[in-house]
Design a protein around this ligand. Structure first.
Ligand code: GDP
Ligand code: MG
Length: 328
């Protein structure tokens, strides 16, 4: 399972063993002083949920883990899948919390930490300029691609990056004008690309820019003809892709969207319209189950204010409805 236990004479030695086995990004779930040393329970940052078909069909929540039930109910209400909850439950068996009955005050935060280890994030999207220098925002129609791109452009400009905006979305002229007006407001160059050749030429023109954000036409995930064209364009531009997915999307619809956009190579996901749903967990679980990194969460229409860099612990504490900073 994903949690590992490390025992050593000193806490430093135990943590060194954690780093050696699980890497610098290891997530420490619990530390405990023993009579003759220290025990650290840790997870690799890239811990994964088993794929749905290998998750096993054993009953979720046995009599040994009854204490997890109230928390699991909260998280299920939030939309988290049984598959993800089972992975959390299994990992918790390796910790010192009492799972046999509800009420252990340490349980909610430990469960949140374990879940956080399963949620991969992509902080590099804002900092590792080289990898995400040319970033295309893709996704279904109306999910908030253009709004998210505008928010990202404003943030990049604020960090002092030299930003340019290109749009491949020529489907509606109003959309082009909307983005042009925003680029003017931000005082960054704006250009329209109709073809892959246009895009390549524009990227050459913007060769000395730190960040080129590329808007795209919304594609219905069920429109089989449209996506290969977009894929060709983005490959020509060697663009990294940020998939916008509305946080309220139901599990099955998430699967359809993720399947459809997978051929583009999804580098990160932005969950939009988090403010419009009470059950963002279905979308979170769909991302977690595929091991995709979550880069941002959009929480409203306001540009550029309504966007936050995704934090695994913030999402996890929301799922279990517990306060960050509470006693672990
Ligand atoms: N409530 C809410 N509305 C949003 C959010 N992001 C975008 N929108 C709105 O969703 C609508 C569609 O956004 P747009 O960026 O044009 O979507 P696109 O078609 O994917 O480019 C607009 O009315 C946006 O203001 C969000 O995080 N929360
Ligand atoms: Mg748009």
């Amino acid at each position: 399972m994903m949690l590992k236990r490390f025992q050593a004479k000193t806490l430093n030695d135990a943590l060194a063993a954690v780093r050696a086995a699980c890497g610098d990004d290891a997530l420490v779930v619990e530390t405990r002083a023993l009579r003759d040393g220290y025990l650290v329970v840790a997870a690799r940052a890239e811990a994964a949920v088993p794929p749905r078909d290998q998750a096993g069909s054993s009953t979720f929540l046995s009599k040994w883990t009854r204490g997890f039930q109230p928390l699991a109910d909260k998280a299920a209400d939030f939309g988290l899948s049984t598959n993800v909850l089972r992975a959390v439950e299994k990992a918790l068996l390796g910790t010192r919390v009492d799972l046999s009955r509800p009420g252990d005050p340490a349980l909610p935060m430990l469960a949140a930490r374990v879940l956080a280890a399963l949620i991969h994030t992509a902080p590099g999207l804002e900092t590792a300029v080289a990898t995400f220098r040319t970033l295309a925002v893709v996704g279904p129609t109306g999910v908030g691609k253009t709004t998210t791109l505008a928010k990202l452009a404003a943030r990049a400009k604020d960090r002092g990056e030299k930003v340019a905006i290109v749009t491949l979305d020529t489907y509606r002229m109003a959309a082009v004008e909307q983005l042009r007006a925003f680029a003017d407001l931000l005082a960054v160059p704006f250009a329209v690309a109709f073809t892959a050749t246009d895009l390549r030429r524009l990227l050459q023109e913007f060769a000395d820019y730190d960040r080129i954000l590329v808007d795209t036409t919304g594609k219905s995930p069920r429109d089989r003809d449209a996506l290969p064209l977009l894929e060709g364009n983005l490959r020509a531009g060697k663009a990294a892709t940020l998939l916008c997915l509305a946080a309220g999307t139901r599990t099955r619809d998430c699967q359809v969207v993720l399947d459809a956009f997978e051929p583009l190579g999804i580098d990160a996901v932005c969950l939009t319209k988090w403010d419009e749903t009470v059950a963002p967990g279905e979308a979170v679980a769909a991302i977690v189950e595929r091991g995709l990194p979550l880069s941002h969460v959009c929480i409203g229409q306001e540009v550029p204010a309504d966007i936050v860099v995704a934090e695994a612990m913030a999402v996890a504490t929301a799922a279990f409805d517990c306060e960050q900073g509470a006693r672990a």
